[in-house]
Design a protein around this ligand. Sequence first.
Ligand code: ATP
Ligand code: MG
Length: 624
Amino acid sequence: MSSEIPSQTSSGGSARVLLAWLWRGYLHKHLGLLGIALIFMLIEGSMVGAISYMMQPMFDDVFVAGNEAALRWVSLAMLGIFAVRAVAGVAQKVLLTRIAQLTAADLRLDLLNRLIRQDGAFHQTHPPGFLIQRVQSDVDAVNMVWRAIITGAGRDVIALVILLGVAINVDWKWALLAGIGTPLMLAPAIVAQRYVRKQARRARDLGAVLATRLDEVFHGIVPIKLNALEAYQSRRYRAHTDRFVYAEVRASLGTATIPGMVDLMAGIGFMGVLLYGGAEIIAGEKTVGQFMSFFTAMGLAFDPMRRLGAISGLWQMAAAAIERLKELMEAPISLVSPENPVPAPKGVPEVTLEGVTLRYDATTVLDGVDLRAEAGKTTALVGASGAGKSSVFNVLTRLVDPQSGTARIAGVAAGDMALADLRGLFSVVSQEALLFDETLRENILLGRSDVSDAELAQVLDAAHVSDFLPALPDGLDTPVGPRGSALSGGQRQRVVIARALLRDTPILLLDEATSALDAQSERVVQAALEKLSGGRTTIVIAHRLATIRKADKIVVMDKGRVVDEGTHEELLARQGIYARLYRLQFDKDADAPPPVDAAPVAVAPVPAPENLWRRMLGRVAGRG
Ligand SMILES: Nc1ncnc2c1ncn2[C@@H]1O[C@H](COP(=O)(O)OP(=O)(O)OP(=O)(O)O)[C@@H](O)[C@H]1O
Ligand SMILES: [Mg+2]
């Protein structure tokens, strides 16, 4: 399969192991309800046997002997049998639905809890659409299948046993003859099973690819329109749906084969019994009632038998889905809290990186970075795109663990604190202001109920949210739309700043928080940020030097290394990268369009001036 989705190991494990996993983890706790459902299934199944049994008195006593009393009791008994069957059928279905839905809910919640804690690297290789498909459709698939298996095993097996009893009771030789075709089924059934598993697995994977595509398309709807990519995206989707359709059709070939074999087998058995039994009836050795009873039993056995035949295919499909869920559930998480976490330091801390090296595969992103952000001061990180600035934030907040070196907060290694404690020290404001599809108030409070109205009002003022509140139809109770789409970029950022103010953490990380804004919004957001950073250890990444010249210290990064640091004045006086960068941004020529392919900068310490110039030109014009 050549999809963009990580191809997962497909060895999986035997269907039995996988279903045992489902049973122990999820179904087991509904044992009581399952037991009751099973009893109703047994009742439903045995009524089927009773129907075939009633054929004998119906024919022999009523039709042949003409006994009127028998007519009455046989019809009443038939009514009773069907009534019991109906009630048992309804009860059984409702109970199973309840168990199935409870199980699905548990499974989904467990999956969410697991996936939400997974490492960033995991989420990079498992895109949202893929995971949504797993959590929604795969759980549904598993559910449908185990239900079918349990219903089949409960109701159909008991029906078959009773029907077989009725048939043997009529004549064991006939019963044996009816089963004559059975051995023919074995080999094709085994082959079909393997095939179903393979195709079902493929269909599950392709389903996840489809979901990923949709997720990307709908999230990228604006760039798709602007770049006229509608037809292209539609073609790509089409190619995937085609493959999905074939996988599903092939899987159905496998699942349908086994019931098909049951038909064939029944045909052979039917012929055998008709030839042999028919001759006995002609000779007067057997009654028509016996014959009818036997054939009703056989006829009624037909459906349960087909369903049971289909179970082996369903079993394989369930295994394919459970296999995927189990893989997700058991994928190791490496970024976890330590066994014995150290409490987070109190007060406003100093933040340091010591010899931090971070690699993604072969790419070195941070190369022995030493960095010190003094307590309560503002430290700025500057450098070209890809220099590793955001990566510094990721290491500090443990979104990723470096291969070597340590991040420390007030001397405590980040890895020694519980993750929640560590992250509780930081507020991060970045370009991607993540808002949820809830009201503005909910987006700011994020589930907190301990914030007084006065406190909230103060925060709204400081974050300049109050400025745009009057323009919203319902003020704070206005829904902000999916991902905050009903607000402007600057408004979204002010919401995020309000959140950060409420969080009131000792450390503040600002990642180009104002670079996407126009001059007017930038000024407002900048004012809000200045209020926010007061009294906290602040590290700010900005490409616009105007916004960072007030920093207490500026750290210049290039290609994953710290190449210079000092105050604005010191760095200017040193006439290095920073000085050139600064001059460039205040140069009128900087409004020229960016070069298409900015030349890479020479390795630190000091890049060749013309390369730097070109790169900065691109930066200033391109990023604004
Ligand atoms: N998850 C990842 N997997 C692989 N490479 C990554 C990953 N994250 C970052 N990188 C690489 O690390 C390098 C540094 O990225 P980083 O985001 O830290 O740069 P930056 O200085 O913040 O750049 P910008 O100014 O454009 O935001 C880049 O070359 C990027 O391609
Ligand atoms: Mg960045």
